[in-house]
Ligand binder design. Structure first.
Ligand code: IMP
Ligand code: MG
Length: 185
């Protein structure tokens, strides 16, 4: 059956652009340089947390100059509309054995912090040479567990955002910018 409910008011729910694609590109170029500086020629493994970080990963991996492999894992934090339920599940794991790698986690957004707190705990048990976290967005005011990224490209207040990989109900991931989601339409 054709999916129609989720696309009612599709455009009206894009409230306003919060971060333009030019601003994103500029911040990613800077983050790429930071990774180059941090790893100084050493090879790294970029690990993208699917699905939200797939667009960020595609751009960030092209902004680094150190030798780099990429890996994907799927961690799902379950949502009731736009509210986190606090349940995190790994639905697809990395194929690499990460011992022997400098791992850089590439995440779309840190909200309550639960997802990355769990993911980082799990990956550290696998003895990587080192592990750092680069997140596109950070909503520090929403934190429920004590977790911070090593590098956040943008810090935003507490509102729900869509675009550039981020979804609401699985749509809007393909927007080239980051927008505030309109909850009341
Ligand atoms: P946390 O476990 O609460 O930190 O949630 C992290 C995950 O929730 C992110 O990786 C996103 O997939 C999702 N999320 C949190 N805030 C937003 C938002 O404003 N828009 C879209 N997804 C979000
Ligand atoms: Mg995510």
């Amino acid at each position: 059956m054709e999916k129609t409910g989720a696309i009612d008011n599709y455009n009206a729910r894009i409230k306003r652009v919060v971060i333009t694609k030019e601003e994103i590109a500029e911040a990613i170029a800077k983050a790429g340089k930071e990774i180059d500086k941090l790893y100084d020629g050493r090879p790294i493994l970029l690990v993208s947390i699917l699905k939200g970080a797939f667009v960020f990963m595609a751009d960030l991996c092209r902004a680094v100059s150190v030798p780099c492999e990429i890996g994907f894992m799927c961690a799902k934090s379950y949502y009731n509309g736009t509210v986190s339920t606090g349940v995190v599940k790994i639905t697809m794991d990395l194929e690499q054995d990460i011992s022997g790698y400098h791992v850089v986690i590439v995440e779309d957004i840190i909200d309550t912090g639960r997802t990355l707190n769990d993911v980082v705990k799990m990956l550290k048990q696998r003895n990587p040479l080192s592990l750092s976290v680069f997140t596109l967005l950070d909503k520090p005011s929403r934190r429920l567990v004590d977790f911070n990224a090593d590098y956040a490209l943008f810090t935003i207040p507490d509102f729900f955002v869509i675009g550039y990989g981020l979804d609401c109900g699985e749509i809007y991931r393909n927007l080239p910018y980051i927008a505030e989601y309109e909850e009341n339409k």
